[in-house]
Design a protein around this ligand. Structure first.
Ligand code: SF4
Length: 327
């Protein structure tokens, strides 16, 4: 069995430092997940990633602080008011501190992401970050995960203790969501202008998404010099309009994670590659960042994702150990 010669040439050039173009990204995504080319893509991404990141796996934590039926109505999100089964819930200070303490007690957490809803009042978001910043070790990064915000608000997030923000121009933005791409990208501009680290991702990937669509999203992360890139598959929620499309396999997610890795690997700003949700195939294909989660999770239908879809830190560490990483 012989691999495609154009593919082999490209892989060799990437190993020598070539920064991929959008067309090349699309080309790599076009191979079948079971192909020899996909296998080589995953293997090379794994090798380059371990070399760049010194074989270090990073553990992130995410706390879902707020739940509400969301008027954003994104077709892939379990909070969409069109089909959610969630009641509104706001984590009180005691629960917030307990969750933050549980994540940071061992000193192994690289960053803690704090997730609120798109329409959570901004003052509440600032209050949550301020309280957690005062509670957890200074070395632990705080990542804000919220809706769109202005340049001034980005600076306020930073002022109260956020180090970075998770924000994404998503697949299907404007059609599977009500948000124009310009609005999402303006927020990413604001993150960068305020000097916050940009946590980015190609998401939420479903079986209907084409290599062309994914390549466009992936390359945007590179354009914006993201701090973390990654890939996340969509969880098919039976009640959502996208549930009928089903889900990509972990094998396809691993291939896409590998392509993301090869796109991002030569960017001076890149510090980690995420795979969501955590899985070993992704960690063997270039990813070195996985998230433990507690509280609400937009891919879950349980208000406490820990013990359901969400993993705890020990489970993340076991996954890294099984994949030969140092933590
Ligand atoms: S993804 Fe965000 S904006 Fe969209 S429905 Fe979910 S919480 Fe609302």
């Amino acid at each position: 069995m012989k691999a495609n010669s154009k593919f082999l040439q490209l892989i060799e050039r990437i190993q020598e430092g070539h920064v991929m173009t959008r067309e090349e990204c699309e080309f790599l995504l076009g191979f079948d997940e079971k192909s020899l080319e996909a296998g080589i893509t995953r293997s090379v991404a794994d090798s380059l990633s371990r070399e760049l990141f010194n074989n270090k796996g990073l553990v992130f934590g995410q706390i879902g602080v707020e739940i509400a039926p969301c008027p954003g109505k994104c077709k892939f999100c379990s909070f969409s008011e069109d089909f959610t089964s969630f009641q509104s819930f706001s984590m009180d200070d005691e629960a917030l501190y307990n969750a933050a303490d549980n994540f940071t007690a061992s000193g192994e957490l690289f960053a803690l992401a704090l997730m609120v809803m798109h329409h959570t009042p901004f003052e509440r978001t600032l209050d949550v970050i301020r309280k957690v910043r005062a509670r957890i070790p200074a070395k632990t990064q705080i990542v804000a995960n919220l809706g769109d915000f202005s340049r001034t608000q980005a600076e306020e997030l930073k002022a109260v203790g956020a180090n970075g923000a998770y924000h994404v121009w998503r697949l299907g933005e404007g059609s599977d969501t009500q948000f124009p791409a310009s609005q999402r990208l303006a927020t990413i501009d604001n993150i960068k202008a305020a000097g916050l680290d940009l946590y980015y991702c190609c998401e939420p990937i479903g079986p209907e998404h084409t290599p062309t669509q994914m390549a466009e999203i992936i390359m945007k992360g590179l354009d914006y010099e993201c701090f973390q890139h990654g890939a996340m598959r969509r969880v098919p929620l039976p009640a959502s309009p996208l549930g009928k499309y089903g889900q990509i396999t972990e094998s396809r997610l691993a291939q896409i994670t590998a392509v993301v890795t090869l796109v991002a690997i030569h960017s001076p700003q890149i510090c980690s590659i995420g795979v969501h949700e955590p899985n070993k195939l992704g960690l063997m294909s270039g990813a070195n960042a996985i998230y433990a989660e507690t509280g609400a999770n937009p891919r879950d239908t349980e208000s406490e994702t820990l013990g359901h879809r969400g993993l705890d830190i020990e489970a993340c560490k076991r996954m890294y150990t099984e994949c030969g990483f140092d933590i």
